[in-house]
Design a protein around this ligand. Structure first.
Ligand SMILES: Cc1ncc(COP(=O)(O)O)c(C=O)c1O
Length: 383
């Protein structure tokens, strides 16, 4: 795979060498169970608490506000299901948007089947939720709202601080699936005004299968999704994934250090790619907000070129159509549909996700290959 250029960093990222190095002792000699009281256990527990500190440091919060989970899908389920049930006496209404990740949408569908009321707000043509729409949707029964920080397909950044102000004004808890924003965008939970936030290590150059849920102090404790031991204050029972947690901690620390310089470098590369494609190809359309979007995101529709044929034609480039979780489906992306992109055009979308390790040379190679493939496919298409 060494000659394939990886440009799908919203799906997942490679593990940073520094993260792998931090994890290795906990996959080998320091294999103890963090709940054990002997020295193996104490060593593991110390590593877990160091990692909790690293995560809390990136989020500007207290270590007590971090619950380790298996990733963002679990964190999203725990937050939305947990808070819905914890606040059931107060109300049964949850607000989210049509452009959320399926970890949120499907959790809300399941809650609706259990008798909860759910409102799915529309997004604008750039994929943003309007704080005014949020305010208008609140009822006396609303207990929770969940809106993603940045969209995993089109990279659009939601006006989180403004939405948080609405939530606080009405005393409604605010959860964000912050997976794509944390580590790339301002990540201080207090400044963002979030009550709960989901994150996952594999989007920030850490390992897969480990994540966390931020639960602000004084927020009702979400009841555990399953039964077992008392780990993580009983919110998330199960033997701790020590090596994964160490990897998440190291990835958070690295992201914090890399954030400012990394962001502008990646955005510059992304802009160069967009410019090159725009010069040599006509009829391409940017999806997502022109400014308020993730630095590495470039989601484009190539009119007349079906995205699955496009991807099949790219021999040296790993990119994706729509969200990776949906890559087997030939349905138009629900995010593009929510943004009002016509179905036929939405089926031509390709997502480039540039990341920390992409280079200017790779951008040139990717641009050349995409231009060649798009021109070839357009030439083959019937008039
Ligand atoms: C916005 C968003 N939420 C949730 C997830 C799921 O995260 P995980 O793979 O850690 O379960 C992803 C990953 O695709 C994502 O991009």
């Amino acid at each position: 795979m060494s000659d394939i250029i990886y440009m799908d960093n919203h799906a997942t990222t490679p593990i940073a060498p520094e993260v792998l190095a931090a994890m290795m002792p906990y996959l080998t000699t320091n294999f103890g169970n963090a709940s054990s009281t002997h020295p193996f256990g104490v060593t593991a527990q110390d590593a877990v608490e160091k990692a909790r500190h690293q995560v809390a440091d990136l989020l500007g919060c207290s270590e007590k506000e971090i619950v380790f989970t298996s990733g963002a899908t679990e964190s999203d389920n725990l937050a939305v299901r947990g808070i819905a049930h914890a606040c059931r006496e107060k109300g049964n209404h949850i607000i989210t948007s049509t452009a959320e990740h399926h970890a949120i949408l499907d959790t809300c569908h399941a809650l609706a089947a259990d008798g909860f009321e759910t409102t799915y707000l529309p997004v604008d043509k750039h994929g943003r939720v309007s704080p005014d729409d949020v305010e208008a949707a609140i009822t006396p029964k609303t207990v929770l709202m969940s809106f993603m920080y940045a969209n995993n397909e089109v990279g659009t950044i939601n006006p989180i601080v403004d939405i948080a102000a609405v939530a606080a004004k009405h005393g409604v808890l605010f959860h964000s699936d912050a997976v794509q924003g944390i580590g790339q965008l301002p990540s201080d939970m207090e400044a963002l005004g979030l009550d709960l936030a989901s994150l996952t290590a594999h989007k920030i150059y850490g390992p897969k299968g480990i994540g966390a849920l931020y639960v602000r102090r004084n927020t009702p404790k979400p009841p555990s999704l399953f039964y077992g031991g008392g780990q993580e204050g009983g919110v998330r029972p199960g033997t701790l994934n020590v090596a994964g947690i160490v990897g998440l901690g190291a990835a958070c620390e690295l992201s914090k250090n890399y954030m400012e310089t990394g962001k502008s470098r990646v955005a510059t590369l992304r802009n160069v790619l967009h410019e090159k494609l725009s010069i040599y190809l006509d009829n391409i359309h940017l999806n997502g907000h022109p400014e308020q979007r993730l630095p590495g995101n470039l989601n484009l529709c190539f009119a007349g070129v079906q995205s699955h044929a496009h991807l099949a034609g790219l021999k040296r480039v790993a990119v994706s159509t729509g969200s990776a979780c949906d890559s087997e489906s030939v349905k138009a992306s629900h995010v593009l549909v929510a943004m009002g992109v016509p179905n036929e055009l939405a089926l031509t979308a390709v997502r480039f996700g540039l990341g920390r390790y992409n280079t200017a040379e790779e951008v040139d190679i990717v641009a050349d290959e995409v231009i060649k493939v798009v021109n070839r496919l357009r030439a083959l298409a019937p008039e």
